[in-house]
Design a protein around this ligand. Structure first.
Ligand code: SF4
Ligand code: SF4
Length: 238
């Protein structure tokens, strides 16, 4: 089958769809896409995914990451990236008895499928830093059927995705600022130290019993305060 989690980095000529646009898609929950995950198809986790999953399991971010995640360095961003672990047979670590054991809190890349989304500035005015998501349809050639109609809004509602949209916007600013710092680092040593600090601020320094957004804002403010005058934080990313 086609890659389930195609990473569309830099793809800005997508045909975007309005959220109420109806299309034929119904997942048959066969679990096939969770069974044979190739390295290139692994879904990247954001802190929102980690927070929701860790909270649903009653684990700290640190314990959840140690038990369920792998960390890889991003080639373009140079940032630490997190994915869910896979077993020796290529199945996702959260696949149990043929279905997702974290269904309601599964990562955004899993819950959003077959949609993709990108974050754009609402207005070209540099003083206006509002951002919004735009959605597009991915191809699928798995057991999902096309007879039943659904819409982006129905998928967003089913998994409570929009509840975390503001978090994702702040998190995007934190990730963009971190990327700039990594690219501006003057030596390998500086880059290594930054890498560990950024990993901590992107994924680890969070409490599951406190609202997520203020925690991301605090981590962004901390990074900005110690790297004053460097980089910027307003670029958009998907
Ligand atoms: S998190 Fe759930 S839906 Fe996503 S790949 Fe793993 S088992 Fe499948
Ligand atoms: S029908 Fe497609 S999307 Fe749904 S579980 Fe099976 S392979 Fe995955």
């Amino acid at each position: 089958m086609k890659k389930h989690y195609e990473y569309k980095e830099g793809t800005i000529d997508q045909k975007f769809i309005p959220k109420d646009f109806k299309f034929g898609y119904h997942c048959e929950h066969c679990g096939e896409c969770c069974r044979h995950i190739q390295a290139a198809d692994k879904a990247l986790l954001s802190v929102i995914d980690v927070y929701r999953l860790a909270k649903s399991m009653g684990l700290s971010h640190n314990d959840f990451i140690a038990k369920y995640c792998d960390m890889v360095p991003g080639s373009r961003s140079m940032l630490p990236l997190l994915t869910l672990k896979t077993r020796m047979d290529g199945s996702c670590i959260l696949l149990k008895s043929g279905s997702c054991s974290a269904y309601e809190n599964k990562p955004l890349a899993c819950s959003l499928f077959p949609l993709g989304r990108m974050l754009f500035k609402v207005d070209d005015d540099p003083k206006d830093d509002r951002m919004d998501f735009r959605y597009f349809l991915k191809e699928f050639d798995c057991k999902a059927t096309t007879e039943e109609q659904t819409s982006a809004q129905e998928i967003l509602d089913e998994f409570g995705i929009e509840e975390y949209d503001e978090c994702m916007k702040v998190y995007t600013r934190l990730a963009n600022f971190s990327t700039q710092l990594m690219h501006n680092a003057k030596s390998d040593n500086e880059r290594k130290e930054l890498f560990m600090l950024i990993f901590f601020l992107l994924f680890v320094k969070y409490e599951i019993n406190i609202d997520l957004q203020p925690q991301i804002e605090m981590n962004l403010a901390y990074l900005q305060s110690i790297y004053k005058g460097q980089a910027f934080d307003k670029a958009s990313m998907n």
